[in-house]
Design a protein around this ligand. Structure first.
Ligand code: GCO
Ligand code: MG
Length: 451
């Protein structure tokens, strides 16, 4: 005879009361509380107490000159900690304060596993939000929590993000020179090391380094002593010439990129980009300032040269619509400037639906932890475009172990649980950060240029 207790309704109620926990107590001979406790603790953490955040601190270091900020999240599980990049090199001290004075208090005692909730919690915790300082602090925490989750899951973060869509990450390197011929020589040198994508700049941004004449504002003692001068007409003429010389010297195969770095008037940028069509640029970056997003319509109607935009973006409202309206082809966010891996994955997924590919900002003022975070995302997302890469000096690798590696133009991550990068705090302390940065660029009459 069927035991009435086993009636379907009772079984469902039991299961409803805590799903399989009830079943476990029914069939496993242990108390419901034990079963719920056991059921509440997923397989990978069976026997492990829930892990809480014990402390959040900023580690500041500058082994290669650029100020780098890394967040270290320590947990209640001995030896388990995470690292995340919070590098805003021009205002590094402000980010350190945001982390040590606010983030630590907010996070201590909270569960390490709920990254999405932690992200949104910190994001609104200051009421006012979306700024470079607070977003970088938030990014450090976010990346560190992903690092911890990878270590708890015993797998590299890219596996948590969806696994590999490619065997390694194609990257671009930087060629420079004060003349087009010198740039071409530098491109050849970099091609020999296997890169198939190379950014070309003559004299740095805005050809500032290729200008010899003394500007009128300096003769008039206007502006600061260290302010630099940009000869806009010379720059606008030099870029098409540089592409012509490099294409002739290095061939049609190599993918060439250039960064206008928002330094000219929108219509000047549009006219110059049109002159580059014959040289098939892979992308032209930051033709306009984030303050001039409306000009993209005009640009799209004027030329089909692929465009990359975004290292200065902080706020989703700056790029959501332009992406949906396909106003550029590559999104170049500085991942820590927008708040870390969590928002970057959302931006990449959004881009997939509108053919906008990723090209995360990856210069010297990103820590090796940040470069690793880029790489884990890059390995996973289908709409990956290209990754900006840098070389890590020996000093840098003494401070940071497990840095991503470069081989023939491809970046690879350290195949260990988490993001794969660790820090030696004693070594890091040998290279204190500074507060000086100079982004004052002026025209002949002294007018400041958005740098
Ligand atoms: C790039 C960038 C950088 C920035 C620098 C600012 O495309 O790599 O434009 O070089 O100028 O990161 O601190
Ligand atoms: Mg740039």
């Amino acid at each position: 005879m069927k035991n009435p207790e086993f009636s379907r309704r009772n079984t469902l109620k039991l299961l409803g009361l805590g799903s399989s926990a009830g079943a476990l107590s029914l069939f496993g001979g242990i108390s419901t509380a034990e079963a719920r406790e056991q059921q509440g603790t997923p397989q990978y953490a069976k026997g492990l107490a829930p892990v809480k955040i014990k402390s959040v601190k900023a580690i500041a270091t500058a082994p290669q000159g650029s100020n780098l900020i890394v967040v270290k999240v320590e947990t209640t599980e001995p030896g388990l900690y995470g690292l995340g990049c919070a590098t805003f090199t021009q205002r590094a001290v402000a980010v350190v304060t945001a982390i040590n004075a606010y983030l630590n208090d907010f996070c201590v005692g909270k569960d390490v596993d709920n990254i999405e909730d932690m992200w949104n919690g910190v994001y609104v915790s200051s009421y006012w939000r979306n700024g470079p300082v607070l977003n970088n602090a938030l990014s450090g925490l976010d990346q560190a929590l992903w690092d911890i989750k990878g270590k708890r899951a015993n797998m590299p973060v890219y596996q948590l993000l969806g696994g590999k869509s490619r065997f390694a990450i194609p990257c671009y390197s930087h060629a420079n020179g004060t003349t087009p011929e010198a740039v071409a020589d530098d491109v050849k040198r970099i091609m020999e090391s296997g890169f198939q994508h190379i950014r070309i700049q003559q004299g740095g941004y805005g050809a500032v380094g290729a200008t010899v004449d003394k500007p009128d504002f300096k003769a008039a003692n206007f502006g600061g002593e260290t302010d630099s001068y940009m000869n806009v007409p010379l720059y606008l003429k030099s870029v098409p010439k540089m592409f012509e010389v490099v294409r002739k010297a290095c061939g049609d195969e190599i993918e060439l990129l250039h960064d206008i770095h928002e330094r000219v008037q929108p219509m000047e940028a549009i006219n110059m980009i049109k002159k580059l069509e014959d040289y098939r640029p892979f992308f032209i970056e930051d033709p306009f300032s984030p303050e001039n997003m409306e000009w993209f319509q005009q640009l799209r109607q004027s030329t089909t040269v692929p465009i990359a935009m975004g290292e200065l973006f902080n706020n989703i409202n700056e790029f959501k619509e332009p992406m949906v309206n396909r106003m550029f082809d590559f999104i170049r966010c500085h991942v820590s400037q927008i708040g870390g891996i969590t928002p970057a994955m959302k931006i990449a997924r959004l881009g997939e639906w509108f053919n906008v590919r990723t090209a995360w900002h990856g210069p010297n003022d990103v820590s090796p932890v940040g470069h690793a975070a880029h790489a884990h995302i890059d390995l996973t997302v289908w709409n990956f475009g290209i990754q900006e890469a840098v070389q890590f000096s020996d000093k840098m690798q003494e401070v940071f172990s497990g840095c991503p590696t470069m081989n023939k133009g491809y970046m690879s991550v350290n195949e260990v649980p988490g993001l794969g990068v660790d820090i030696n705090e004693k070594e890091a302390a040998k290279y204190p950060i500074g507060t000086k940065s100079n982004w004052q660029v002026r025209k002949m009459d002294g007018t400041l240029i958005r740098p």
